[in-house]
Ligand binder design. Structure first.
Ligand SMILES: Nc1ncnc2c1ncn2[C@@H]1O[C@H](COP(=O)(O)OP(=O)(O)O)[C@@H](O)[C@H]1O
Ligand SMILES: [Mg+2]
Length: 496
């Protein structure tokens, strides 16, 4: 379907899986929908699976939005801790639409966890507690990151939450990033696993691409591994003239906990900067005007010695030290303090998913995951903006599971389109308000609400009902909600 058809389906308030090839305009459409929702005063949560992807909609990662941090699964105690965070619960309760972009990199377990937290925070048993949820992505792109020692991650379409959400599928068929027919044929050949000699030899030719820097702007370098990213960034930094500014991470608290905090922290232990260095913010700070993923260049250093960053959208931001901490019962166990930046001439292919680039130099010689080559190559608009250092066999592969599932997605998208004509139109303000309640609040009026029925209470209920009392009268008599009275009467077979 085309963008405007998908937009109509979104506006109808359904849970949606929005998909399509790289560059089909998925994120562009999400932005259009977000604008529409804001104009209609609908509260929308804007998130993505990675920080950079979220910046394309001025959102934040789903992990930090939902307060789940690095958790993939959670014990009851951990879930309890999340829903004791008033700020997070309030966020869940007031959100009417939740958007998550780049869901191919979101693990199935994590979607199930989010779904559960949403239900608990909103006090509703509907999927995601009744919010409209829009998942967006493309399973031919990167799968969730596998961590050593953890069970293998699965695509979100294998989660229980996905099954229960009753998703309408919107499969976009346009192409807005690449206009060249030759390039598109190559990308589509990778996408449908039909790479032939012509494609391979044209990719080899890309080793010789020469960039004219002024016409193409910044060349972003993409690598499959962090190690190469770091090497490349350090090499670029060394080339810059000018004074080095060194920032060392301060660590405090219980050493073992501080160490594990450091492993999960995107800021490096030793950050070295110079004027002209390409950088990326690695934390959210809305007051200062940056989020995890904001890209820029070091413009100067202020009198306190902190770097001043010229962001890609033209803002000047002072990068002051930030803290990362672990707390338990309000007590700090460990804390890190560092300038929230890392070098960013080169980034991993993972972080590039969602970007549109004018020029990229990609090294696909160590690809280790299906979809990696497709993501890296599809970032640029044209072949003249693409230099390939090398590629291996994996670089031309996509997930086999996805090849089969894609057929189903296409069918479901056609179905959704056929239905579109017959769907009732509704503006978002007509959407029922989120069904949220707290047991405490209900018990102010009905002290016995949600409590287990005792035999004595049940006897009074039956007697009251037989003497002709209405559910409302019975509700007052027994201190329970009218709904609770009705369901008990149904259970006892006294009413239908
Ligand atoms: N309807 C449109 N009109 C103009 N430009 C568009 C449109 N849809 C997408 N684009 C542009 O095309 C590029 C790719 O779109 P994007 O939404 O990032 O694709 P996807 O998220 O599907 O990979 C972006 O630069 C985007 O701004
Ligand atoms: Mg996108």
């Amino acid at each position: 379907m085309i963008q405007s058809e998908a937009l109509e389906i979104l506006k109808n308030g359904h849970n949606v899986y929005l998909t399509g090839a790289a560059g089909s305009g998925k994120t562009y459409l999400l932005n259009a929908y977000i604008q529409y929702l804001k104009a209609n005063r609908v509260n929308v949560g804007v998130t993505a699976s990675t920080g950079i992807a979220a910046t394309h909609m001025e959102g934040i990662t789903i992990h930090s939005w939902a307060g789940i941090g690095l958790l993939r699964t959670a014990s009851d105690k951990e879930i309890q801790a999340i829903i004791e965070n008033k700020r997070i619960v309030k966020r869940f309760q007031k959100t009417q639409t939740l958007i998550i972009d780049e869901v191919s990199m979101l693990d199935a377990d994590r979607l199930d966890l989010l779904e559960k937290v949403a239900r608990l925070a909103r006090g509703s048993w509907e999927p995601f507690g009744g919010m409209q949820v829009v998942l967006c992505g493309d399973f031919f792109q990167l799968p969730p990151v596998a961590k050593a020692g953890e069970p293998l991650p699965r695509f979100v379409y294998k989660s229980a939450a996905w099954e229960n959400m009753n998703l309408k599928v919107c499969y976009l068929h346009g192409q807005y990033r690449q206009g060249e027919e030759e390039f598109l044929r190559m990308l589509n050949a990778i996408r449908d696993a039909s790479v032939d000699e012509t494609v391979v030899s044209r990719l080899h030719q890309c080793r010789a691409t020469a960039f004219s820097p002024d016409s193409l702007g910044r060349v972003v370098r993409l690598y499959s591994h962090n190690l190469n990213v770091d090497l490349e960034n350090n090499r670029e930094l060394a080339k810059l003239p000018g004074k080095e500014y060194v920032y060392l991470m301060e660590m405090s608290g219980i050493p073992a906990i501080a160490e594990s905090l450091k492993r999960g922290c995107l800021a490096p232990e030793k950050l070295v900067l110079k004027i002209g260095a390409a950088v990326m913010f690695v934390k959210n700070n809305f007051e200062q005007g940056y989020v995890n993923g904001t890209l820029g260049t070091v413009a100067s250093f202020n009198e306190d010695g902190f770097p001043v960053i010229a962001s890609l959208n033209g803002d000047e931001i002072v990068a002051e030290p930030e803290t990362w901490s672990v707390e338990e019962n309000g007590k700090k166990l460990a804390e890190l303090k560092q300038i929230p930046l890392r070098l960013a001439w080169a980034i991993t292919v993972h972080k590039s998913q969602g970007m549109t680039l004018d020029a990229a130099q990609v090294d696909l010689s160590k690809c280790f995951e299906p979809g990696m080559g497709y993501v890296a190559l599809s970032r640029v608009r044209s072949l003249k903006g693409l230099r390939i250092l090398g590629f291996n066999g994996m670089a031309l592969k996509v997930s086999e599971d996805t090849l089969a599932f894609d057929e189903e997605l296409k069918k479901r998208s056609e179905e959704a389109l056929r239905e579109l004509g017959s769907l009732p139109k509704r503006t978002p303000n007509e959407k029922e308000p989120p069904k949220t309640y707290s047991v405490e609040k209900v018990r102010e009026k009905s002290p016995s609400a949600y409590k287990k029925w005792t035999a004595d209470e049940e006897a009074s209920l039956v007697a009251g009902f037989r003497s002709g009392k209405s559910p409302v009268m019975l509700s007052e008599m027994l201190g329970r909600e009218v709904g609770g009275i009705r369901s008990r009467l149904i259970k006892l077979g006294l009413i239908e």
